[in-house]
Design a protein around this ligand. Structure first.
Ligand code: ADP
Ligand code: MG
Length: 437
């Protein structure tokens, strides 16, 4: 029996939890099996207290949204999310072959093998970028290998959506990532472009795969940062010329002149022996999974919306009647103005705020109710260029008063921007989806 209380137990009468596969900062990952079908999974168990203490709950919620949205042969698939009072469980695809890191630790890879991994990495990262998702923590530890030796990117804990509204210029402002792999502009705390920062990480990974050691390394951290800032590195003499040129183009300290993803994919070293890119598109994978190919990522999240997240919000909201969530196909600005219209109708004050990764519309009643003024928040998360997740929460005041307002005015008024409500009712649809997985 594991100290965490997870090992050896059965989760939600459905998954038998087995041995520990790996550990991260907030999470432990266990091997597990569906009791009924015997199918293998990896379950990431996140300690909610720890996450809450450092204020990362929003990140975790975002990780869930990201992983639900993303479906690619080189990205670890998330199947289900469950939560109890103290823990969050991510049921993921089990990736058998361990970390790419372990392979590299045993010595550098042959050029062709490194190329294959790099092609798969670029394919996964480009797929995410095209959906506005940036990983920001790309490093060999987060690259897993499946039983066929194919790469699977994991760990979206720190990834984020492009959120041009959270900063005027669309640049990300959080400093994160691991020193050895982190891009110079991320270190210097200038706002940065998530895509360019990921490209840098891919360059460091490429170097490590072929050379067998890090391009930037120093026992003194400041010295290491200095080397990264100037892109001070030397390729081993045996690096072929085309590879050397590519690495130099990627590890360009200036993000604005650094090579783009599309240019990387056209590069002659990268393209050599490239498996038909069709095999890497999300669409063709959906087909092989047997999911009708007219489903897009958007449909998939809405199908998946029956994931029971009630436990996740428990601490903030004991009662689900205080929180509602829906998906909208309208633009975030239109959603905000609709919500502001509603606030006006019910004679509430409104204030817009940047919630770090989402837009928050704060609404406050003017009259004292039974438990003081009512305060309602609407959080709008942009999850793709064409969709938003909207959370409506009661923050303060009497629940009954809120529910009356919700039922009589807010919910009916939202009708024209709601594409689909998220809730337990759709559970059966998840089962339909799971059938195809
Ligand atoms: P964290 O977000 O805390 O860093 P990770 O998602 O990186 O957690 O997982 C920690 C470790 O668990 C990984 O480095 C890997 O060894 C193992 N692991 C994670 N996901 C899987 C998976 N889907 N299949 C097998 N092992 C996994
Ligand atoms: Mg990790």
């Amino acid at each position: 029996m594991d100290m965490n209380g997870a090992g050896g137990s059965v989760l939600m009468h459905k998954y038998e939890i087995g041995r520990l596969l790996g550990k991260g900062t907030f999470a432990k990952v266990y091997y597990s099996r569906n009791i009924e079908t015997g199918q293998s999974f990896a379950i990431k168990v996140i300690n909610k207290d720890k996450v809450m203490r450092v204020g990362l709950m929003k990140q975790i919620k975002r990780e869930i949204s990201v992983m639900r949205l993303v479906r690619h042969p080189n990205i670890v698939q998330l199947y289900e999310v469950m939560a109890t009072k103290s823990k969050i469980y991510f049921v993921m695809q089990y990736v058998k072959g361990g970390e790419l890191f372990d392979k590299v630790a045993k010595g550098r890879l042959k050029e062709d093998v490194a190329r294959k991994f790099f092609q798969q990495l670029i394919s996964a990262v480009d797929y995410c970028h095209s959906r506005g998702v940036y990983h920001r923590d790309l490093k060999p530890e987060n690259l897993l290998l499946d039983e066929n030796g194919n790469l699977k990117v994991s760990d979206f804990g720190l990834s984020t959506f492009a959120d041009s509204k959270s900063s005027q210029d669309g640049l990300l402002y959080t400093t994160c990532g691991t020193p050895a792999y982190v891009a110079p502009e991320v270190i210097s705390r200038k706002g940065y472009d998530g895509a360019k920062a990921d490209i840098w990480c891919c360059g460091v990974i490429l170097f490590v795969l072929v050379a067998g050691y890090l391009p930037f390394h120093d026992s003194n951290l400041m010295e290491m940062y200095r080397k990264i800032g100037r892109a001070e590195f030397t390729c081993p003499t045996w690096f072929p010329l085309d590879l050397r040129k590519l690495v130099v183009r990627i590890l360009d300290p200036n993000p604005s002149t650094r090579i783009s993803m599309s240019k990387i994919m056209e590069n002659s070293w990268v393209k050599k022996h490239m498996v038909s890119s069709k095999n890497y598109s999300g669409i063709s994978q959906q087909r092989t999974l047997g999911i009708p190919n007219n489903l897009n990522a958007f449909d998939i999240i809405s199908l998946a919306s029956g994931f029971d997240l009630s436990g996740l919000f428990e601490e903030e909201n004991q009662d689900s009647s205080k929180e509602a969530r829906f998906i909208s196909k309208d633009k975030s600005l239109d959603i905000i103005s609709k919500i502001e219209n509603i606030a006006e109708k019910i004679n509430f004050k409104v204030k817009e705020e940047n919630g770090g990764g989402c837009m928050v519309v704060k609404m406050e009643g003017l009259d004292e109710g039974r438990k003081g003024v009512l305060e309602i928040n609407a959080e709008i998360f942009e999850v793709a260029s064409s969709s938003c997740i909207v959370d409506i929460n009661k923050k303060r005041g009497d629940t009954m008063e809120y529910q009356k307002l919700w039922k009589n005015v807010i919910k009916p008024e939202l009708r024209d921007i709601v594409w689909t409500w998220q809730g337990k009712k759709q559970q059966h649809q998840v089962e339909v989806l799971e059938h195809y997985l």
